[in-house]
Design a protein around this ligand. Structure first.
Ligand SMILES: [Fe+2]
Length: 339
């Protein structure tokens, strides 16, 4: 293939991927990072977990979400994914520098003995549907979670515990957020207005249950792939962990990407809209949308963070123990000079 043909096919692929994103709200970047990068990141994963990859009896949880220890810039870890992220968000200058690194915060789906070989759970009946971003009050234009990103660190086969997504849920969530300029709390698989005073969240006017609403969706996609693939999804994508019926550990991360400023859904020049903004406008069925929050933008500390702090402490202890054992091994294997 000569250079021009190659460039032409590259541009066409990109154009096809853009159309696909605007239609479905996600895009798959194949082989966005190398096996070597993946191996280096996952090297100590089992020690950190305190489990044995060859002894299933040590896999004592269905799913684990690990805190990060190491980080690397996306631009060097997964250059192809970084290019796509910039394209989806309208350029590097719109992306928050703080949110341009990925960590080894693995989400491992082990399955359970009972799930191995069990029948597939139909996607609308999965028990984990949600939108990401439990650390801030959500508005339609929130900058904190500008994309949902899934880098894949293990080959994922069908029924192997891959994330399920519901692309037509984007329209539902966008319309819900558009009608709640007071902001929304996202927790416990639900949304509720941030101004609610109801003691029981379920009794809040405007309470939204993802598990109930997802049943209105028509289309469900199971995220499968290979080590090094990266899936980039619209931030309002409804998604759920699924049941791992293969009992082969499924390893991903889900690093957020943040923006320096909120999304702008009412730009003077339509050419300035990012692809994510275009998809949000498409979800609302309008050309532009003037959105003004009526309460302050603010972050919240979710229970998850407290759990992760305790896990991090336990992982550090196991890694220190490994280091001590290695030092002892090296010391014991030093040849003794004979005088
Ligand atoms: Fe999630």
């Amino acid at each position: 293939m000569d250079q021009l043909t190659f460039l032409d096919s590259l541009l066409r692929t990109t154009a096809e991927q853009i159309d696909f994103f605007l239609e479905n709200g996600y895009v798959v970047i194949k082989q966005a990072f190398t096996k070597e990068k993946a191996d280096a990141f996952t090297k100590n994963m089992w020690v950190r977990l305190g489990m044995d990859p060859n002894d299933k009896s040590t896999w004592n949880q269905e799913r684990v979400h690990m805190p990060p220890i190491n980080r690397e810039k996306v631009a060097t870890f997964a250059p192809k994914a970084w290019e796509a992220i910039k394209e989806l968000l309208g350029g590097e200058d719109r992306i928050d520098e703080q949110a341009s690194t990925w960590g080894d915060s693995f989400i491992v789906n082990f399955g359970t003995p009972a799930l191995e070989g069990a029948p597939t759970v139909e996607p609308p009946n999965l028990d984990n549907w949600h939108v990401d971003g439990d650390f801030f009050i959500h508005f339609l234009d929130s900058p904190e979670q500008a994309l949902l990103v899934i880098p894949i660190f293990s080959d994922i086969k069908p029924r192997g515990g891959g994330t399920y997504i519901a692309p037509d849920g984007i329209d539902m969530i966008a319309q819900y957020l558009a009608s709640h300029p007071e902001g929304v709390i996202a927790e416990n698989l639900s949304l509720r207005p941030s101004t609610t005073t109801a003691a029981n969240p379920r009794e809040s006017p405007g309470y939204w249950s993802h598990l109930e609403e997802v049943k209105k969706c028509q289309k469900f996609v199971e995220v499968t792939g290979e080590v090094g693939d990266v899936v980039l999804l619209h931030p309002l994508m409804l998604h759920s962990a699924s049941k791992n019926n293969l009992r082969e550990p499924r390893v991903i991360t889900n690093p957020p990407v943040g923006l320096r400023k909120p999304f702008n859904l009412c730009r003077e020049d339509p050419r300035d809209y990012s692809l994510v903004e275009k998809k949000t406008l498409k979800a609302l069925g309008v050309e532009k949308f003037e959105f003004k929050p009526t309460t302050e933008r603010r972050s919240v500390v979710p229970q998850r963070v407290l759990r992760e702090r305790a896990m991090l402490e336990a992982e550090r202890k196991r890694l220190e123990q490994l280091e001590l054992e290695n030092i002892t091994l090296i010391t014991n294997s030093v040849p003794i000079a004979v005088a």
